[in-house]
Design a protein around this ligand. Structure first.
Ligand code: VGL
Ligand code: ZN
Length: 399
């Protein structure tokens, strides 16, 4: 098991009510959104906090007759700044900002923690209420996922961001404030500077987003465009840098079908394979989009069609269970494994006019012995059969 501590991004209270124009609008709050979204794809784990108050919340000046926002009162034994009504549960202004609800590819939000839900106590920090009486669950959630370091951004620097960062430090998490991905309310001029000093004094790091965004996105080398070496009718040989490999001219993706009959037999096919000059035992399979006019065919349809052509069986449902490369040193071919559920025999099978396919129904608990016997008898075993066996057994076990 990997024990490398993970790094999480905590996005604090990025909600419409804290954006300019909102009841607790933070000046420039909207300007941080693109940076926050860009940062999201650079963290293994991303969480957001959401200020989520009941209408009778004690932090709303409107709930204290004669009081105005900005005044400080005693609320259940704690000093409480009074605020305009904001982030009332289920109101539009309490939603996460639209940019967080429709994320671009590569960005994901793993969890949202709501806070300030108890009307008698406010909660600036994403970890605890202001009296440190109750946790929100965020600390435990991060610990369960092996998070050892957090970067904090969002609104507002001098309240919820500050207390979230200070609690993270107190919990022993390595904590970084992303300075250009936060903005302050600044009820008093200089509150922003004082918040940053407090975080730094407690052991937090202060950085700009550029320090994170300039890290390489992943350990992906840059590759030159492939050059063509030779082209056949169905395959071409190409070179990328010094590496030669082949590509299909049609249908770069193959769909493999793992089908088990109602009698618990794995459906395998045997056919002559010129490349290995032998009879090969394989999973039923076909190329996606290899029929004229079906270039944009959905892979499930290709899989169902191939299963029926080769074996005569048709599924009631196909489940995509895995996809990836077949032989990445040799080819860019991509494979998709489907488990075919509820197969029934409706045709003869045997493939099209050019194919010479024999169907084998092998009892699921005898597949190993059968494959070994086939190999001993001189047949070639396609190793993907063994992967298929894993999915067949898992499906048979109801997994
Ligand atoms: C916040 C004041 C009241 C914040 C929340 O998100 O910083 N500030 N509620
Ligand atoms: Zn609030």
């Amino acid at each position: 098991m990997s024990t490398k501590p993970k790094r999480a991004l905590i996005i604090v209270d990025l909600q419409p009510d804290f954006l300019p124009g909102g009841p607790l609008g933070v000046s420039g709050g909207d300007e941080i959104i693109p940076t926050v979204i860009e940062l999201m794809s650079r963290f293994e784990i991303v969480v957001a906090t959401q200020d989520w108050h009941p209408p009778d919340h004690g932090s709303f000046a409107a709930n204290h007759p004669g009081r105005s926002p900005g005044e400080v009162i005693d609320l259940d034994g704690l000093q409480q700044v009074l605020w305009p009504v904001h982030c009332v549960q289920a109101s539009d202004g309490a939603e996460l900002v639209p940019e967080l609800r429709a994320l671009p590819p590569g960005a994901k939000l793993d969890a949202v923690f709501r806070k300030g839900t108890d009307s008698q106590i406010d909660s600036y920090s994403g970890f605890f209420d202001n009296g440190h009486r109750k946790p929100t669950g965020l600390a435990q959630w991060l610990a369960e996922r092996g998070v050892g370091s957090v970067a904090v951004c969002g609104l507002a620097l001098d309240y919820c961001v500050k207390f979230t960062a200070l609690d993270a430090l107190e919990l022993g998490l390595e904590t970084t404030l992303i300075r250009d991905a936060t903005r302050a309310v600044n009820l008093q001029p200089g509150d922003d500077e004082r918040a940053m000093q407090a975080i730094a004094a407690a052991g937090g790091k202060l950085i700009d987003s550029a320090a994170i965004l300039s890290e390489p996105a992943a350990a992906m080398p840059e590759y030159p465009e492939p050059e063509l070496i030779a082209a056949g009718k169905w395959l071409r040989l190409v070179r990328r840098g010094r590496w030669e490999y082949c590509q299909r001219t049609v249908g770069g993706t193959a769909a493999l079908i793992v089908a088990v009959t109602s009698d618990n037999e794995l459906i395998l096919v045997e056919q002559p394979r010129p490349a290995v000059a032998g009879m090969c035992i394989e999973l039923p399979a076909g190329l996606v989009g290899d029929n004229a006019g079906s270039e944009h065919e959905a892979p499930e349809l290709a899989a169902a069609r191939e299963l029926e052509e080769e074996t005569g069986y048709t599924p009631t449902r196909l489940e995509l269970v895995a996809q990836g490369t077949s032989s990445p040193g040799l080819s860019d071919e991509h494979l998709i494994f489907y488990v075919a559920h509820g197969v029934t025999k409706i045709g003869p099978g045997g493939g099209d006019a050019h194919e010479d396919i024999t169907v084998h129904l092998v009892p699921l608990d005898e597949v190993e012995a059968w494959l070994i016997a086939q190999q001993a008898a001189g047949r070639v075993i396609d190793l993907k059969v063994w992967s298929g066996l894993y999915f067949a057994r898992r499906a048979a076990a109801g997994g």
